[in-house]
Design a protein around this ligand. Structure first.
Ligand code: UDP
Ligand code: MN
Length: 322
């Protein structure tokens, strides 16, 4: 007894010191503990992108745009007031929020699909920034805003299914499923698809710029229209916050497709501040049965009512009842 007490104190002090030092290092150097992920580095991005455009772009009579410098330069543009203040040269954007460069033929056509309800301030900031940001990439794109009109719990995945269906009708070969509160910081984060579905925001400021878990597949993801159909889209049964993005990941992996990401210096995003939404209590149970459900729950079972479709100057507005 007499001998043991000081020994125990020793161990206790040691553990306490290690704990405090770890905490200080963690707070001072968050990157030290970042989980790493496999990625496509800057030199291989252009080769990885899938050249695919809509019919009207393919018929454009001019030489192809060059993307090499856009990717190589990869500037940190989020800090520039120019990108945030107003939509510059708004006359370049067609009604419905569509743009294609005229001086050259775009190599990529992308539908940006945004699930939405009651986030007006975020939407305004998003549209201004994104139209300035996306045009410097010389791609052809169109922003589809899918708004949930009813007051039922928010169904993000169903809205994305609806957006994907509409974008496919317009002939878009590549879909980017995009939260309204996320914005890319680096100019070379190309808004185009690659061979496997791509998680675009692994370096999010909200997560201290590191990926919390390898299977995170939410926020901003790029997937070809064909792949989205192949996995039967997303699940329609997640009402309220959470789980639907993990369900999408299960679908992609179960289909044997796999995912990819770009290097962290291309994948930085910021999330606008907001209160957390009400979590869906059933999300874990739903996720457990994701594999069993995926063939009958998705694009194949999508039922909704389109209340209105309107061409705004900066986006195509699809108002739906879920
Ligand atoms: N969203 C919305 N209105 C809502 C809830 C969600 O527009 O009431 C959309 C919006 O695009 C948002 C996305 O769904 O960015 C994801 O929701 P949230 O940002 O709450 O989730 P987080 O990723 O921050 O956990
Ligand atoms: Mn958010």
């Amino acid at each position: 007894m007499f001998v043991r007490i000081p020994y125990r104190l020793h161990i206790y002090d040691l553990l306490k010191t290690i704990g405090i030092v770890t905490l200080i290092v963690y707070l001072a150097l968050p990157f030290r503990f970042a989980s790493h992920y496999d990625y496509i580095d800057g030199a291989h991005i252009e080769g990885a992108l899938l050249p695919q455009v809509t019919l009207n772009v393919s018929l454009q009579q001019t030489f192809e745009c060059s993307y090499t410098d856009i990717i190589a330069n990869n500037r940190f543009v989020y800090s520039s007031a120019y990108y945030h203040e107003t939509v510059h040269h708004a006359e370049e954007i067609w009604p419905g929020g569509e743009f294609r460069p005229e001086q050259c033929q775009a190599r990529y056509s992308t539908a940006i699909i945004v699930p939405y309800r009651q986030r007006e301030e975020q939407l305004r900031a998003f549209l201004t920034y994104m139209h300035n940001y996306l045009r410097q990439q010389l791609i052809h794109y169109r922003i589809f805003l899918v708004e949930q009109y009813d007051q039922k719990p928010f169904n993000r995945a169903m809205l994305l299914n609806i957006g994907a269906k509409v974008a496919a009708e317009y002939g878009f070969p590549c879909l980017i499923l995009h939260d309204v509160d996320l914005m890319p910081l680096n100019s070379g984060q190309m808004y185009a698809c690659v061979e496997t579905p791509r998680h675009m925001c692994p370096a999010l400021d909200h997560w201290r710029f590191h990926l919390p878990y390898q299977g995170l597949f939410g926020g901003v993801v790029a997937i070809t229209t064909l792949q989205f159909k192949q996995i039967n889209g997303m699940s329609n049964v997640y009402h309220g916050w959470g789980g639907e993005d993990d369900d999408l990941y299960v679908r992609i992996m179960d289909e044997g497709i796999g995912i990819c990401r770009f290097a962290p210096e291309y994948s930085e995003y910021t999330m606008l501040k907001h209160k957390p939404e009400n979590p869906n209590e059933h999300r874990r149970a739903l996720l457990q049965a994701a594999k069993l459900r995926r063939f009958m729950d998705g694009l194949s079972s999508l039922v909704y009512k389109e209340v209105e479709r309107r061409m705004h100057s900066l986006f195509t507005h699809i108002l739906v009842e879920t």
